[in-house]
Write a protein that binds this ligand. Structure first.
Ligand SMILES: [Zn+2]
Length: 244
């Protein structure tokens, strides 16, 4: 299955966090405390009071500030050795270079278009990616390797048709975000060590207090990681939800 990846020392590693909200904040905190050399933080949003319950790095005084700056300040107050690089912007098909330079990408976005785009961009860059999602009481984390399967598209073939409820509409329970963000950090650290994490889907059911971890199956006909992949470039038309 391709080349063997060398482990990357934590203090030499660069990890990109796509979105520093409910999942990205706990992930950034865990990775900084774990001694990761550099975090690339990517976001274009401001701190909103209604999100403070799940965005644990931010304080009341941060409301209205750019999340990037508030995150960098919160990490700096802890006096850790991790460097931060702030990249203001939104990942879109014209701006996937926002992900450049990362050894691992931690995807903490809140919409399917960004999730699929980052999945494709990570694969085309041959970089491992750890996807995360949380809605209401349910959260998931999935680590995908830089090559081979399975991948995000093995699990969710394409963007679901029609609009879906994001956590702004459906709501999400703060501690579920905390667990999933920390789990994403854990999987990202594992990805620096080797390939043990890849293909593992963790699902937290916060109502039943259940955490299930299972290997997902690679689909031979997957458009991204299958034996004849059809996604070999970023095509903007691919990241709109299909019409119903
Ligand atoms: Zn796949």
């Amino acid at each position: 299955m391709g080349m063997t990846r060398r482990p990357i020392a934590r203090d030499q590693a660069t990890i990109a966090i796509l979105g520093v909200g409910g999942l990205g904040a706990p992930a950034a905190l865990a990775l900084a405390h774990a001694g990761v050399g550099k975090l690339i933080l990517i976001d274009d949003d401001e701190v909103d009071r209604s999100n403070l319950h799940r965005q644990i790095l931010f304080r009341d005084a941060d409301v209205g500030r750019p999340k990037l700056q508030a995150t960098a300040d919160a990490l700096a107050r802890r006096g850790l050795s991790t460097k931060t690089e702030l990249r203001e912007g939104r990942l879109d098909p014209m701006h996937t270079e926002l992900l450049a330079g990362a050894d691992v990408i931690v995807e903490c976005s809140d919409n399917f278009a960004t999730k699929f785009l980052s999945a494709d961009a990570a694969r085309l860059r041959r970089v491992p990616i750890v996807h995360g999602a949380a809605i209401r009481w349910i959260g998931t984390a999935l680590a995908v390797g830089p090559e081979g399967g399975p991948c995000y598209r093995c699990l969710f073939e394409d963007i679901p048709p029609g609009a879906q409820a994001g956590c702004d509409i459906a709501g999400v329970v703060g501690p579920v975000c905390g667990v999933i963000g920390a789990l994403q950090a854990h999987l990202a650290l594992q990805a620096l060590e080797g390939d043990a994490a890849f293909g593992t889907l963790a699902t937290l059911d916060g109502l039943r207090d259940e955490l299930r971890v299972r290997r997902i199956r690679a689909r031979a006909d997957c458009a991204l990681c299958g034996s004849h992949p059809t996604i070999d470039a970023i095509d903007a038309a691919r990241y709109h939800p299909a019409e119903e």
